[in-house]
Design a protein around this ligand. Structure first.
Ligand code: SAM
Length: 296
């Protein structure tokens, strides 16, 4: 994984800040164990969620483990979190397997989720988080094992689960064709030798969670809505975020020329690039958040 992906995840922070469902978040705060809980975040990427939860006062002490399949990204996360903590004047120091930020010990675990779930583990977590991740794995297969990482009755918070709808405005005649092909690529995706994703994960999680005996206690939409301000500039690094989304679509469709003609895709991308440069492009992605408890 390249530093371009790390920059994408950093740029996504402000988009997620706006998107995360506040009703679901309020329920998470209500369910959050007092004291110094053990939190596990899977597919944690750069670790922007632990920074956000500290900023928002939802997490402050205890242990927070970041698990990800991408070792380079975890290395970046150590430095990114150290710099984030320094900017806020928080006590911080690097540890051999993570870092200390204030009263929170952040641990880093390099593992592929499916393999991790098949192996034996140490102490179960009190809180389990997955942000923009469950649509990248085969959720119904993974969920039972994932929930077993929690203490009985432990709290899960599964957020930014893509749900089959991306809107680019202004409209373009090829939008439906491009998005259908993109969704099909998501549905057929294989990573780490396993089925990896579903373009309608969001709506399906209601049933998957119920099937895993952990029905949601609260759910709500967490749509990404990205547009330029009145001055024509996108907030933060969100122009880069949009550029990355367009590149992701381009890369996904490159190998499916039977679904969208290369010339049509090139035209669609050229129009979107021009709109992005002019601050005219609006992007909306429908997603859903869930909070609940593990069985028992
Ligand atoms: C879209 S990124 C989200 C990262 C972070 N949660 C965030 O919202 O900023 C998905 C992350 O999940 C990780 N990931 C994807 N599939 C995985 C798997 N099977 N096992 C472990 N990590 C995985 C990727 O390496 C990546 O860091």
């Amino acid at each position: 994984m390249t530093s371009a992906f790390a920059r994408y995840l950093a740029a996504k922070t402000t988009v997620d800040d706006r998107a995360l469902n506040r009703h679901v978040l309020a329920e998470l705060r209500r369910l959050m164990p007092a004291g110094a809980p053990r939190v596990l975040e899977v597919g944690a990427g750069l670790g922007t969620m632990v920074a956000r939860l500290m900023d928002w006062g939802a997490v402050g002490a205890g242990e927070y483990v970041l698990l990800d399949a991408d070792r380079q990204l975890l290395d970046c996360s150590r430095r990114w979190l150290r710099d984030w903590a320094a900017a806020r004047g928080l006590r911080r120091y690097l540890l051999p397997d993570g870092l200390q930020v204030g009263d929170l010990r952040v641990g880093l675990v390099h593992a592929e989720l499916g393999t991790y779930l098949e192996a034996a583990h140490g102490a179960p977590a009190d809180v389990l988080i997955a942000n923009a991740v469950l649509d990248l794995v085969d959720a119904p297969t993974v969920l039972p094992g994932l929930l077993r990482l929690l203490v009985p009755g432990g709290v899960y918070w599964f957020t930014i689960n893509y749900d089959g709808e991306s809107i680019f405005a202004p409209g373009h005649p090829r939008d439906d064709q491009v998005m259908q092909a993109y969704h099909r690529d998501m549905d057929e995706r294989f990573r780490y030798g396993r089925a990896a994703g579903d373009s309608r994960t969001g709506r399906r999680l209601f049933h998957y969670l119920r099937g895993a005996r952990a029905p949601a206690l609260a759910a709500g939409s967490s749509d990404w809505v990205v547009s330029a301000g009145p001055d024509g500039n996108y907030p933060g690094d969100e122009a880069y975020f949009l550029c990355s989304i367009l590149s992701t679509i381009q890369n996904a469709l490159r190998s499916h020329q039977d679904r969208v003609e290369p010339a049509d895709l090139a035209d669609w991308l050229a129009v979107r690039d021009r709109q992005l440069a002019a601050g005219e492009l609006v992007y909306i992605a429908h997603q859903l958040d869930f909070v609940g408890r593990s069985p028992g």
